[in-house]
Design a binder for this molecule. Structure first.
Ligand code: XUL
Ligand code: MN
Length: 345
């Protein structure tokens, strides 16, 4: 397998219990400590957090209490040799975010969302990461006439500006997703994320996180999204996984549905030197619902293994031969060359 220059990461939610909108969990919940203990054993280096993964019940705690608990968690992580990759405000669970968070029609709810985000930054600083991820779950509409999308752009910029002003050292990575839970989201692609970044008070500190499944849901090729974000120096985190076409967000193991698509994502990461500035490769993957308890870390182990095999495949791809075929516009043989390389024949 490839000599590994990559560092790997997952979140506590990636060891999930199998519940879906149609049925209950199929595995019992595991404790946070148990999940943390599995991380190193699986060859991972860091954990990503929602603010309330780090400080449970965050809405009902004082600022001092939040900082204290986050510092204690940081000590626990240090003890295990695990870094905190990022912290993300969970802006989709509270009764205050039913009609949107930053883009709610209700000013009290918008205020809640911003204050919660500032607390999330305090958690991140106590855990010594400067990276805040925004998956903007409820910023969009179920009914277009219910919201003013022009105003919502201003609300989004205002919220990000408040976060940038709260702590001059944080960086914000927007994780676009075109739909689910919303019918249509306001920041569906990397292009939208970078355009919004440009409207903020400090565009240098606003970048992006690409999730493979989200790009596929937007009808885009995740590899091209990676190249696009990297062209701007804005790919600050990554959620690799897979998605079988346009359906619910599946968070399948990396390459599970489309090996060639995964190969092209890895090639894009390699040519852009992703990871060299300390960026992590995170797998936002979930076990299949029927998975038994004794197999429920396999999706994390397998995704990482597949990734490393694909790094080998990217590094052993015969670029010189491909160049000759491209110059000759012989895309038929280029196609077959890729297939045979992936099949190992
Ligand atoms: C949702 C999703 C989230 C974010 C973190 O689709 O991907 O898990 O990655 O909030
Ligand atoms: Mn994600």
């Amino acid at each position: 397998m490839a000599k590994n220059r990559y560092q790997f990461c997952f979140g506590p939610w990636n060891i999930s219990e199998g519940g879906d909108p149609y049925g209950p969990p199929t595995r019992p919940a595991q404790s946070f400590d148990w999940k943390l203990a599995q991380l190193k054993k699986l060859g991972y280096d860091a954990m990503m957090f929602h603010d309330d993964d780090a400080v449970p019940d965050i809405d009902n705690k004082s600022d001092a209490q939040i900082r204290k608990e986050a510092r204690e968690l940081k000590k626990q992580l240090d003890g295990e040799g695990i870094a905190a990759e990022m912290v993300a405000p969970r802006l989709w669970f509270s009764p205050m975010t039913i009609d949107g968070a930053y883009t709610s029609n209700d000013p009290k709810c918008r205020k809640y969302a911003i204050e919660r985000s500032l607390r999330c930054i305090d958690v991140a600083r106590a855990m010594e990461t400067d990276l805040i991820v925004l998956w903007l779950a409820r910023e969009g509409s179920y009914l277009r006439e219910s919201k003013n999308a022009r105003k919502c752009v201003d609300y989004l910029v205002e919220a990000i500006d408040r976060m940038l002003a709260h702590d001059k050292s944080v960086r914000i990575a927007i994780e676009p997703k075109p739909n689910e839970p919303m019918d249509v989201a306001y920041i569906p692609t990397i292009g939208h994320a970078l355009a919004i970044a440009n409207l903020t008070a400090d565009p240098k500190r606003v970048g992006a996180l690409i999730e493979s499944a989200h790009a596929i849901l937007a009808g885009l090729d995740p590899a091209d999204e990676i190249d696009f974000a990297c062209a701007f120096g804005k790919l600050w985190s990554l959620h690799l996984n897979d998605q079988n076409g346009l359906k619910f967000d599946q968070d399948k193991p990396f390459a599970s549905s489309n090996l060639r698509g995964a190969f092209n994502q890895v090639r894009a990461l390699e040519r852009n030197g992703y990871g060299k500035k300390g960026e992590y490769v995170c797998f936002d993957v979930h076990p299949f619902r029927p998975t038994k308890v004794e197999h429920w870390l396999k999706h994390l182990d397998n995704s990482r293994r597949t990734f490393l095999h694909l790094v080998d495949k990217a590094r052993t791809f015969d670029e010189a031969k491909a160049k000759v075929l491209i110059a000759d516009r012989n895309y038929q043989d280029l196609d077959q060359m890729v297939l045979e390389h992936l099949m190992g024949v």
